[in-house]
Design a protein around this ligand. Structure first.
Ligand SMILES: [Zn+2]
Ligand SMILES: [Zn+2]
Length: 77
């Protein structure tokens, strides 16, 4: 299943859950992160391939015919 996450687009690459975000964790607080003090960006995480994509973006696996992709999905089942 796909889930909503919030990510820092700076150098720390933090990823927080929707629950944490709703609890008030809406900005990156990591020291030395290039996006410290900036709001996290909303993303969707695909439950099948574990990739992040933007909300509203079409995310499919139809083009993914690589062997690696098949193996990866096999292990996730
Ligand atoms: Zn950050
Ligand atoms: Zn996917």
């Amino acid at each position: 299943m796909n889930k909503v996450v919030h990510v820092c687009t700076g150098t720390c690459k933090a990823e927080i859950s929707e629950e944490q975000y709703n609890d008030g964790l809406t900005q990156c607080g990591a020291e030395r992160c290039t996006m410290q003090g900036h709001n996290f960006e909303k993303r969707m995480r695909c439950g099948s391939c574990n990739q992040l994509y933007k909300e509203g973006e079409t995310h499919t696996h139809e083009k993914d015919k690589s062997l690696l992709g098949k193996i990866f999905r096999f292990f996730l089942k």
